[in-house]
Design a protein around this ligand. Structure first.
Ligand SMILES: [Zn+2]
Length: 400
């Protein structure tokens, strides 16, 4: 092969390749040396040509046709004529003190993120699991550093559980900031309290005045955080979580109702499904069952109707019409004497502006919930993380 082609293949332009040997059936070794005329002293930055001695180093590179590749590089040691220091010549593409090329380390990253488990990576690349671990997270942090752009226009914030704290035995949570404009996870921080958010990495990201829309679930901590950190943001309450509130209240009353002796006692009740499905998706016979039971239990019927009303509000197009409908709903709820309805109404009134913002922006937190799902998968694939920093790097890398 032509020399220039070999150089292109290795893309280490400063090296000259001299020889190739098969050490075993699986290992190839290439001999190489650097041909520069002078080197610059790392201590005083003076040019020097005086060679002290030379050493041979063995550097691991990306496999060729499933064969392990070693580069045996002759490295000269120079003596600085100015400060008398002795130093080895550096080779671009191989970091100082490392026994593998940068290319090999980024190849480890590719394998570790695409293979199903670490064992396969170590057998394929014939290296220790420690090297895989170290090189993988080193490369991920390099990738994460590349991502330093400003806050986008629209973001979504949500939390998911991370690990159980071994000391307090409480579950710890991670908060994700999803960039809706570029469809990726922008930042992950540990904890969901206001103080932990205010001291997190999310604060360091520049351009917080760019953010115009933020979607959150109905958590007052996130509301407080968004109001204090994103001055121009309009908060939208996630549609799914509003409906969830209604379903939760309905389910509670349904369980109470089903203690009545006319119901059969069974653990998997078809009633649950019937009451969680929205009215227009029920079949004719299902709807008549619901109607019949509602006729027997007025408290169940009341909250069922409120739930259906809320669902139909989300079908309304136009902010003004939706506002009118929501006002009507909360007014009617005020007349109810039931505790569950009253507490529901209080939440609706408290989050009124945020709920109505949906009819202006039309965004939901579906993307964020999708990334939460992915985060859970990553945790499961690794059988849980203990180190939050590693988890963060992995999540940022996989959700981009
Ligand atoms: Zn020097």
């Amino acid at each position: 092969m032509l020399e220039s082609q070999i150089n292109k293949l290795f893309s280490l332009p400063e090296l000259k390749f001299t020889n190739k040997r098969n050490l075993t059936n699986h290992i190839i070794q290439f001999d190489a040396y650097k041909f520069s005329k002078f080197e610059v002293c790392p201590k005083c930055a003076t040019k020097t040509t005086k060679i002290h001695d030379q050493v041979y180093v063995h550097i691991k590179d990306v496999p060729i046709r499933d064969k392990i590749v070693y580069l045996r590089i002759r490295k000269r040691r120079f003596r600085c004529q100015n400060c008398n220091a002795v130093f080895r010549e550096p080779v671009p593409g191989i970091r100082k003190g490392f026994r593998s090329t940068q290319r090999f380390r980024s190849h480890i990253r590719w394998c570790a993120s695409n293979f199903t488990d670490l064992k396969r990576v170590t057998t394929k690349l014939r290296c220790s699991s420690w090297l895989v671990y170290k090189a993988f997270y080193e490369q991920l942090s390099l990738e994460a550093k590349k991502m330093n752009y400003e806050w986008p226009k629209t973001i979504g914030i949500d939390e998911h559980s991370f690990i159980r704290n071994t000391k307090t035995h409480y579950k710890e949570f991670a908060t994700v900031f999803v960039d809706f404009n570029n469809n990726r996870v922008r930042e992950v921080t540990l904890g969901r309290s206001f103080d932990s958010l205010m001291s997190s990495r999310a604060i360091d990201i520049k351009g917080r005045e760019n953010v115009k829309n933020v979607v959150i679930d109905m958590s007052s901590t996130y509301q407080k955080f968004v109001k204090s950190h994103f001055p121009n943001a309009k908060i939208t309450s996630d549609k799914f979580h509003v409906i969830k509130l209604f379903n939760h209240a309905l389910n509670k009353i349904r369980i109470e109702t089903m203690k009545h002796p006319i119901f059969l006692k069974s653990k998997t009740s078809p009633m649950r499904r019937l009451y969680l499905t929205r009215d227009d998706r029920l079949s004719f016979s299902q709807r008549s069952i619901v109607k019949h039971i509602n006729g027997l239990f007025p408290e169940l019927e009341e909250i069922y109707k409120f739930k259906e009303r809320m669902l139909s509000i989300y079908n309304i197009r136009g902010f003004k019409r939706a506002k009118k409908a929501l006002t009507k709903l909360t007014d009617e709820m005020a007349h109810s004497g039931r505790k569950a309805v009253q507490s529901l109404r209080r939440t609706l009134v408290k989050w009124r502006i945020e709920i109505l913002n949906y009819f202006k922006t039309g965004i939901t937190n579906a993307k964020t919930e999708g990334y939460n799902r992915k985060a859970k998968l990553i945790q499961r694939k690794a059988y849980g993380y203990r180190n939050f920093e590693n988890y963060r790097l992995r999540l940022l890398y996989d959700c981009r």
